[in-house]
Design a binder for this molecule. Sequence first.
Ligand code: ATP
Length: 201
Amino acid sequence: MGQRIGIFGGSFNPIHIGHLVIAEAAWQEFGLEKVIFVPTGDTPHKDMHHIPKEMRYRMVELAVENNPHFAISDIEVRRTGISYTVDTIREFQKSFPGETEFYFIAGTDAVAALPSWKYNRHLLELCHFICARRPGNERNIKETIRYFGDLGHEKIHCLMTPELAVSSTILRHRIELGKSVRYLIPDPVIDLIEQEGIYRR
Ligand code: ATP
């Protein structure tokens, strides 16, 4: 059997404990060789709150640097125009041995939206999905699995991990209000946010 690689896409605006905890759990529970964080480029359908993609990338880089089985890729940040996950997975496939299996890590909100993703069936043919439960998004993941039929049953997996009711949105608001985000965001990332004065009103 080939090695398993985790791919964790997100806007990471900013990266937080919710992301890091599920990446670590996915690594362990699914025997992943490593988890590669892939910060998105600028996407037309998501407000990036005027934070340049390079800054989101830098925050992820600082958050993952002391974990030997975490890595970061600039594959999407480098890309111009609309970026599809299916293209990202295809690109990774080219740089790993043929028998490598890819596991895309996502929260329940993202997996519930999978039926509306472009090229979703093709994506499920290329990789597995590891779904982390997220408080406030209790939508039944079984519905999504059923939607894709056999492919869903075979490729969408649930991750057992403590649920953390934290989101980048909540954290941006806390920073805007001058509230502490210590322990919710890694210290080096907080230092960068403070130095650059981002998310402040
Ligand atoms: P925002 O509040 O700006 O929408 P977010 O906190 O959802 O951001 P993203 O970077 O958009 O963060 O998320 C990347 C991936 O991580 C998505 O698949 C999302 O579902 C998942 N995720 C984020 N936070 C959590 C969490 N607390 N628990 C489980 N999954 C999470």
